[in-house]
Design a binder for this molecule. Structure first.
Ligand code: NDP
Length: 482
C-alpha cells in the first residue's frame, strides 16, 4: 500500500515584496533608471522589477564604500565591527522564515532547503566571522593585518543569500567595505538583506548593493576604486575577470565551476552510499558548483548501486517549492533549463543511456526530472562539462587507481566524495584526488570554519575559515588567491 502525502504549503504571507526596487547605496534605497522583471521560476509569476545598474550607479556605490571605509569602518576596532556582525546574525535568525520563503519564491529551491540549510548557514557565517573580527592579530596572518579597502563582490543565483553571506561576512570582519551585485534572476534576498543592514544600524556605505546584469558586474570589476574582487559563478566569466584584472594590482578570489566525482569502492555501505549520491546531485536541483555530478562506481557493485539508486530516485518528490514535502524544486531560469536540456540531448546523441523516474511536471515554470545517464565514458561531454542541473553521469572503474585517474580527468578540481568502509583507503584516495574539498562517506556538508575552493578551472583562493580571512587582508597569502 502506498500513502500519498497531503499538501503542506508554507504560507507566503510573511513576505512583502515591493513592485519595484532600486539600489542600496550609502545606507538608503535609491531609484534605478531602467528595470527588469524577476520571476518565480516555479510559476513564471512576476514578483517584482529590479533596477538595472549602470556605471554611474557603480560609481556612486564605490564612492560611498570608499567614504565609509576611510571615515568610519577602518577607524572602528575589531571588537566594534564584530558587534555589528553579531547584530546582523541575530536579525537574520529572527527573520529566518521571511528570508526562507522569499528565497524559495525567487530561486525555486524547496522551502525545506532554504529553511533548514541556506538561512541557518547564512546566520552561521555572520556569527563565525563576528567572532574573528577582534582576533585577526591571532589568525596567523601577521601582526595587525590590514584590509584592502573596497571589495567588489559578484554572486550567482544558486545560493543567493548564502553566497552573499560567504562574501559580505569575511569582508566586514576584516575591515573592508563592500559593493555587491546579486545575480540577475535572484536579487530579492540581497535587497531584503539591505533592510537588515539598516535595522542593524550598520554605518552608511559599509554595504552597498547594486543590482543588474553582467555589464553591472563588469563595471564593478573594472572600477579603479575597487581593490579586491570576490566572484562566484561560471568558469567563462571567471576567466574574463582574470583577464580584466591581470595588469592591475587588484586581488581576487574566483569560485568557479566543478564536475565533482563521487567515487564508490566495492566495500562501501550500500544504502548510505545511495543516500549520499542522491544528496550529492539532487540537492538544490543540482545547481551546486561542488555537486557530485559524476558517479564513479567500482564495477563489481555498479549494478546493485544503480538498481537501488533508481528505486530511491522514484521517491524524490518534484513539485511546488513552497510545499514542505518537496525534495526537488524548479530550475532557476528558462536559460538554465535550456542548457540542461541541450547537454542531456548531447548525452543521448553520444550513446549514453538516460533514465528518469515518472514525474508529473507542471506546464508552468521550469522543471527537469531527476535523471541519470549510465554507460558514460570519459570522452562524453556529459562527463566533462558542468550541466548544473539534476543530471548524474555514471562511469565505472576496476582498480582503485583507475577510479582516481577517472575522477581527476576533468578541467575542474573543486570537490570529490569517497565511499568506503576502510579508513586507509579513504586517506589514500583523498591524497590522490585533485579537489579542493573532499568528503568521506558523506557529501555536500558545509561549515563556515572550513575553507572552500578549487584547483585548476575551479578557481583561485579559498572562502571560509582562516584561509578565507586571508583573502581579504594584505599579505594574507595563505588563501591561494591572486
Ligand atoms: P555567470 O558566471 O554568468 O554569473 C555569475 C555572476 O556574474 C552573476 O551575478 C552575473 O550577472 C555576473 N556576470 C556575468 N557576466 C559578467 C562579467 N562579464 N563580469 C562580471 N560579472 C558578470 O553564471 P550564470 O548565472 O550565467 O550561469 C551560467 C553557468 O555558470 C551555469 O550554467 C553554471 O554552469 C555556471 N554557474 C556556476 C556557479 C558556481 O557556483 N560555480 C554558479 C552559477 C552558475 P547576471 O546574473 O546578470 O548574468
Amino acid at each position: 500500500m502506498t500513502f500519498e502525502y497531503a499538501p503542506a504549503p508554507e504560507s507566503r504571507a510573511i513576505v512583502s515584496i515591493k513592485p519595484k526596487y532600486g539600489h542600496f547605496i550609502n545606507g538608503s534605497f535609491v531609484s534605478g533608471k531602467k528595470h527588469f522583471p524577476t520571476i518565480n521560476p516555479a510559476t513564471e509569476e512576476i514578483l517584482s522589477h529590479i533596477a538595472l545598474g549602470g556605471t554611474s550607479d557603480v560609481d556612486k556605490a564605490v564612492a560611498a564604500a570608499q567614504k565609509a571605509y576611510t571615515k568610519t569602518w577602518s577607524k572602528l576596532s575589531g571588537k566594534e565591527r564584530g558587534k555589528y556582525l553579531y547584530r546582523i546574525a541575530r536579525i537574520l535568525q529572527e527573520r529566518a522564515r521571511e528570508f526562507a520563503v522569499l528565497e524559495t519564491l525567487d530561486n525555486g529551491k524547496p522551502i525545506r532547503e532554504t529553511r533548514d540549510i541556506d538561512i541557518p548557514l547564512v546566520a552561521a557565517h555572520f556569527f563565525y566571522h563576528a567572532g574573528w573580527a577582534d582576533k585577526l592579530d591571532y589568525a596567523g596572518l601577521g601582526h595587525s593585518p590590514q584590509a584592502y579597502g573596497v571589495a567588489g563582490q559578484i554572486i550567482p543565483w544558486n545560493f543567493p543569500l548564502l553566497m552573499l553571506a560567504w562574501k559580505v561576512a569575511p569582508a566586514l570582519a576584516t575591515g573592508n567595505t563592500v559593493v555587491l551585485k546579486p545575480a540577475e534572476t535572484t536579487s530579492l534576498t540581497a535587497l531584503l538583506f539591505a533592510e537588515v543592514c539598516q535595522q542593524a544600524e550598520l554605518p552608511d556605505g559599509v554595504v552597498n548593493i547594486v543590482t543588474g546584469d553582467g555589464s553591472t558586474g563588469a563595471a564593478i570589476v573594472n572600477h579603479p576604486g575597487i581593490h579586491k574582487i570576490a566572484f562566484t559563478g561560471s568558469t567563462d566569466v571567471g576567466k574574463k575577470i582574470a583577464r580584466a584584472i591581470a595588469s592591475t594590482d587588484k586581488k581576487a578570489t574566483l569560485e568557479l565551476g566543478g564536475k565533482g566525482a563521487n567515487i564508490v569502492f566495492d566495500d562501501a555501505p550500500v544504502d548510505e552510499t545511495v543516500e549520499g549520491i542522491v544528496n550529492g546531485i539532487f540537492f538544490n536541483q543540482g545547481h551546486v558548483c561542488c555537486a557530485g555530478s559524476r558517479l564513479i562506481l567500482q564495477e563489481s557493485i555498479a549494478e546493485e548501486i544503480i538498481e537501488k539508486l533508481k528505486v530511491r530516485m522514484s521517491k524524490i518528490r518534484v513539485g511546488d517549492p513552497l510545499d514542505k514535502n518537496t525534495d526537488l524544486g524548479a530550475i532557476n531560469s528558462k536559460e538554465q533549463l535550456l542548457k540542461i536540456k541541450e547537454l542531456s540531448a548531447v548525452g543521448d546523441a553520444e550513446g549514453a543511456d538516460r533514465w528518469s523516474p515518472q514525474c508529473n511536471l507542471s506546464d508552468k515554470g521550469f522543471w527537469f526530472a531527476p535523471t541519470i545517464f549510465t554507460g558514460v565514458t570519459q570522452a562524453h561531454r556529459i562527463a566533462q562539462e558542468e550541466i548544473f542541473g539534476p543530471v548524474l553521469s555514471v562511469l565505472t572503474f576496476r582498480t582503485p587507481q583507475e577510479g582516481i585517474d577517472k575522477a581527476n580527468n576533468t578541467p575542474f578540481g573543486l570537490s570529490a566524495g569517497i565511499w568506503s568502509e576502510k579508513g586507509s583507503r579513504i586517506f589514500w584516495a583523498s591524497q590522490h584526488l585533485k579537489a579542493g574539498v573532499i568528503w568521506a562517506n558523506t557529501f555536500n556538508k558545509f561549515d563556515p570554519a572550513s575553507p572552500f575552493g578549487g584547483y585548476k578551472e575551479s578557481g583561485w583562493g579559498r572562502e571560509g575559515g582562516r584561509h578565507g580571512l586571508a583573502a581579504y587582508l594584505k599579505n594574507g597569502k595563505e588563501s591561494g588567491a591572486k
